[in-house]
Design a protein around this ligand. Sequence first.
Ligand code: 5RP
Length: 232
Amino acid sequence: MSDAVQRDALKRLAAEQAVTLIQSGMVVGLGVGSTAIFAIRRIAELLASGELRDIVGVPCALRVEEEAQRLGIPLTTLEEHSQVDLTIDGADEVDPQLNLIKGGGAALLREKIVAQSSRREVIVVDEAKLSPVLGTQWAIPVEVVRFGWGAQARWIASLGAEVALRRQPDGEPLTTDQGNYILDCNFGPIADLTTLATQLSLRTGIVDHGLFLGLATDLIVAGADGIRHIQR
Ligand code: 5RP
């Protein structure tokens, strides 16, 4: 089995384990990425077989909305349901306190809005995402408004990061579902997450950043030795 196939199998295991936490009648946040999609597909299967009933989903990205509609999952909004019972989402890097870097799929803003409205934020990963210190493996995605994005890039660089504007394969800047840009900001291992998160949050022109601190309630990790469920 290739590494990619093996990793996909682990992602699927973690995602399907998370789906066992869903009960009929729940409002469920539908996360983004190659791991969360396994959960969405499983939810659709359980709805089709009648094992789950009366689920409504809150999608964390436009492409997830389209996929959920295609799979027949009824959808809602945070206007209709301001409280989400349980969200299943992926992450790019996870530390031992269940702090996260997210935004590899450029959906960090909607993902964070849904996470902060969720009673349970269940993160599903394969074990390669575990890290002793955030920033060791992944740059922090920072969503910025297009106007003046270069000024934000220089300011973030002045904090000590290597900053790159995220681009599409054709070389054009990637735009988020909100029409903003993403700056990938490599700080290396981050000693003080709270200070950095606060600095980024206070800067006008920065819409949000991919540090998810204290938002995950559960982590489901699939690895060579099986599945672990860690609760905060
Ligand atoms: C999207 C995200 C994803 O959840 C994160 O990038 C993990 O994706 P994958 O499961 O494909 O590795 O934050 O913005």
